[in-house]
Design a protein around this ligand. Structure first.
Ligand SMILES: [Zn+2]
Length: 440
């Protein structure tokens, strides 16, 4: 019986998405003019291929075989050497990549892939968080943040505000275009993230005016100006709060409890041996100086056999016994931006903190954005592609998957990524001569 490969959704396959990404790159004007030996599209796509393959550098390619596959799989006509790639990409403003992220997201929407991510009445939970991905005492560029130490030495770094659609039941996340944290954002970590978040939200609404989002963030973001910005853009929120950061709010909740205004709710998960205990109250002032900003507060204890965990959130969604469990799951899923996004990029083969070349203008930021784009394509495969899921399950880990994928990419010629993944799943029919075995 013939083996039938797992079906894929045609428009969401890696091959279709690489094609879409390439077409997006092709619309970006090349400041160098028409008369160039290697196009900007090829340079951008080559960097994207480098991250898609989790290659330590473009130089690692075995020229003959790999160039064929770079052409057939990634649609690259001419591959620049790594020095030339850096020179072409350094002057490119990262913002030109935004429409490419948007078009991939649209494709996911059209292909109904985002439906799996919906949570609470058709909303998407979008987690935002800042992360640093480069730090050096010597290497720096025009886009670096810098910190002057007391002894006069400097540290240069790059940070971004990452954003990913998450779902409590799914490991896959759908990253959106991150917002670089830039020099004029300020020196304090809070101020930097806050200013980047403001820009991010404006652009989010421009790109996706009709999508319903619940934004989830940590306790640094639960302050009045930010909450007002979210609401002004029609965004809901579930934001972490801490007694230390929000003393007045916690006092108000205490007072509400004494006045009998607080609701209690408990849910027993006997299979997991866990009790979920809630205490919530609606319509509280966020703090004394911003009494006009009203929030609904949830406190939550997860009580296991040997450990109790405590979390608190504020949300603009009215809390009831009917939805408090779901709101808690949405709030807790926030860890996926750190774990399933940043940690995956740092530790699962993407080399997020590895220096592919820093450049003098934008290179470091452009590389970070292109890596996120390659990650978006991978996550789409993880979410929608049965073939990818089957190969991943068979090989047991992402690391092994990328290793095997690279090995085949360098050694054999393929017409498509699908063909490469089929070869990974079923093995290769090698056309080596059949050797008669002596069975005696
Ligand atoms: Zn820099």
């Amino acid at each position: 019986m013939a083996i039938v490969a797992p079906k894929e959704r045609k428009h969401l396959s890696a091959d279709a998405l690489f094609h879409l990404v390439r077409n997006g790159f092709a619309t970006i004007p090349d400041a160098r003019g028409e008369d160039v030996d290697i196009s900007l599209t090829d340079a951008l796509m080559s960097a994207c291929a480098m991250f898609s393959l989790k290659a330590p550098s473009l130089l690692a390619f075995d020229k003959e075989r790999a160039e064929g596959n770079l052409h057939t799989i990634y649609g690259i006509a001419r591959v620049p050497c790594d020095t030339y790639m850096r020179a072409i990409l350094d002057p490119v403003s990262p913002k030109v990549l935004r429409p490419v992220f948007k078009s991939v997201c649209r494709q996911l929407q059209r292909g109904k892939a985002l439906e799996a991510m919906t949570f609470l009445d058709g909303h998407y939970v979008l987690a935002l968080d800042g992360t640093a991905y480069f730090s050096s005492k010597t290497i720096h560029c025009a886009s670096c943040l810098h910190k002057v130490h007391r002894n006069g030495s400097m540290t240069y770094d790059h940070q971004m505000l990452g954003a990913a659609m998450i779902h409590p039941d799914l490991r896959a996340v759908i990253p959106l275009m991150p917002e670089p944290i830039v020099r004029h954002d300020g020196t304090a970590k809070n101020a930097c993230e806050r200013n980047a978040a403001k820009r991010f939200i404006v652009k989010l609404r421009q790109d996706h005016p009709h999508l319903k989002f619940i934004i989830t963030e940590d306790s640094l973001s639960a302050h009045a100006p930010h909450i007002e910005t979210l609401h002004a853009h029609g965004l809901h929120d579930i934001l972490g709060v801490k007694a230390g950061d929000h003393p007045s709010l916690f006092q108000q909740v205490q007072a509400a409890e004494h006045a009998g205004r607080v609701t209690y709710y408990e849910r027993h998960d006997r299979a997991a041996g866990v009790v979920h205990r809630f205490r919530f109250v609606n319509d509280m002032p966020l703090n004394a100086s911003n009494a006009a900003v009203r929030v609904n507060c949830i406190e939550y204890w997860e009580i296991g056999a040997d450990k109790i965990q405590h979390f608190s959130w504020v949300t603009d969604l009215r809390v009831s016994k009917r939805n408090v469990y779901q709101l808690m799951r949405g709030g807790r899923a926030r860890w996926k931006i750190a774990n399933e996004t940043f940690n995956t990029l740092k530790n699962q083969g993407y080399n997020f903190e590895h220096n592919y070349g820093h450049g003098e203008q934008h290179l470091s930021v452009v590389f970070a954005m292109l890596m996120m784009l390659a990650f978006l394509v991978d996550q789409t495969q993880q979410l929608c592609c049965a073939l990818f899921q089957a190969v991943w399950a068979q090989l047991g880990s992402k690391r092994r998957l990328w290793e095997r994928m690279r090995a085949l990419f360098y050694d054999y010629a393929f017409a498509s990524m699908r063909q490469l993944f089929e070869a990974l799943l079923y093995g290769f029919k090698k056309s080596s001569p059949i050797v008669a075995m002596d069975s005696s």
